[in-house]
Design a protein around this ligand. Structure first.
Ligand SMILES: *Cc1c(COP(=O)(O)O)cnc(C)c1O
Length: 377
């Protein structure tokens, strides 16, 4: 049975060129990047600094603004908790959005137990926040706005630049989770007025367990209190021996993604449209989220006659995900679909396909043929 992977928003395979560059840092070049007295340490440090440069170039930042972490979840925790602590005397209000990743929502929930007040902005049927509502929600005690760039379930892209401008105007720090946007669409933290951003290597053909946090150093300079203490690594912001192979992989993944951005967009959007049109003919599916500004690779579809569980079990040879989170015994409709006012009944008929740079036209055609054959009755 040949398997077809259409779940690239969950994770991606490591690119061969990324792996090749990582391998020596597990064995020959195993040094600790903080060892200052010998070549093993210097070699590791040089590799880490090259990755920092590549990662900074990838998002239009300076190398001194990049902190390496274990992934986006850690970056989000460090940023939100660290900023909350550093700016506590200036206010206790944080604004976010109902469709954020759980890493943001659960961290907000935890901060609310520590005396912070959280505003959760809703979204419209297209998955977009209302910018007037955002501006009206800002009060003199607001210290942070956290709105993601692209949604992992729907691919919906928020108007990040205008959000950034509103935050600038009111002198509030703007954090954007760019984990799904990175490597899929062009982005520059200065153009977009983003002050803090997080990303994760495994979402764009790098290794799992390696990520980065971007923290603006100028206009405004963002401060944060470390949440992990120890040897003072990463400017004292994230103590702990650096994951050198992982960081090398992240850097190489950034470099490759930057070079391939245009080709990636062309290929994945072409194949995504082929898939959407084929399924539309089959079962008049509905696309969830705005059609105007979506990631090229992602499609969130509500089928007319088939349930997601039915689809998943009929297609064991395909990897894609449902619009429900099975965190409990009973699958709950995803918080993203619920926020978009998609009914529980429709959420049960909703699946997400996310394509990647290794997806081929042949795979999409096999998928469509298979769907046609197995869904006949
Ligand atoms: C995957 C993902 C995360 C979490 O990233 P990890 O590196 O796996 O912790 C956070 N936000 C978004 C939007 C994601 O897609």
């Amino acid at each position: 049975m040949s398997l077809i992977y259409l779940d690239y928003n969950s994770t991606t395979p490591v690119d061969e060129k990324v792996l090749e560059e990582m391998l020596p840092y597990f064995s020959n070049k195993f040094g600790n990047a903080s060892s200052k007295t010998h070549i093993y340490g210097w070699e590791a440090e040089a590799a880490v600094e090259l990755s920092r440069q590549r990662c900074a170039d990838f998002i239009g930042a300076e190398p001194s603004e990049i902190i390496f972490t274990s992934g986006a979840t850690e970056s989000i925790n460090l940023a939100m908790r660290g900023i909350a602590k550093a700016y506590k005397s200036g206010g206790n209000h944080i604004i976010t959005c109902a469709t954020e990743h759980k890493a943001v929502l659960d961290t907000c929930h935890d901060l609310s137990n520590d005396g912070f007040t959280i505003t959760y902005l809703g979204v419209n049927r297209d998955g977009l926040i209302d910018l007037n509502e955002l501006e009206a929600a800002i009060t003199p005690t607001t210290i942070l706005v956290a709105i993601m760039m692209a949604n992992n379930e729907t691919g919906v892209i928020q108007d990040v630049e205008r959000i950034g401008l509103i935050c600038r105007k009111h002198q509030v720090i703007f954090l954007s989770d760019i984990t799904q946007a990175a490597g899929k669409i062009r982005l520059d933290v200065n153009d977009l007025k983003i002050d803090v951003a997080c990303l994760s290597a495994h979402k764009f053909y790098g290794p799992k367990g390696a990520g980065a946090l971007y923290i603006r150093r100028k206009n405004p300079r963002v401060r944060l209190v470390p949440i992990q203490t120890g040897g003072g690594h990463e400017n004292g912001i994230r103590s702990g021996t650096l994951n050198v192979p992982g960081i090398v992989g992240l850097g190489k993944a950034c470099e490759i993604a930057a070079e391939n951005l245009w080709e990636y967009g062309m290929n994945t959007s072409k194949l995504r449209i082929l898939l959407e049109q084929g399924l539309e003919i089959l079962d008049s599916v509905r696309i969830n989220g705005t059609l105007k500004n979506r990631l090229p690779n992602t499609t969130n579809l509500t089928f007319k006659s088939f349930s997601a569980t039915e689809l998943i079990s009929s297609f064991p040879d395909f990897a894609f995900s449902t619009g429900s989170a099975c965190t409990s015994a009973l699958p709950e409709p995803s918080h993203v679909l619920r926020a978009m006012a998609i009914s529980e009944e429709d959420a049960k008929k909703t699946v997400r396909f996310s394509l990647g740079k290794f997806t081929t036209e042949a795979e999409i055609r096999i998928a469509l043929d298979t769907f046609k054959n197995r869904l006949k009755n």
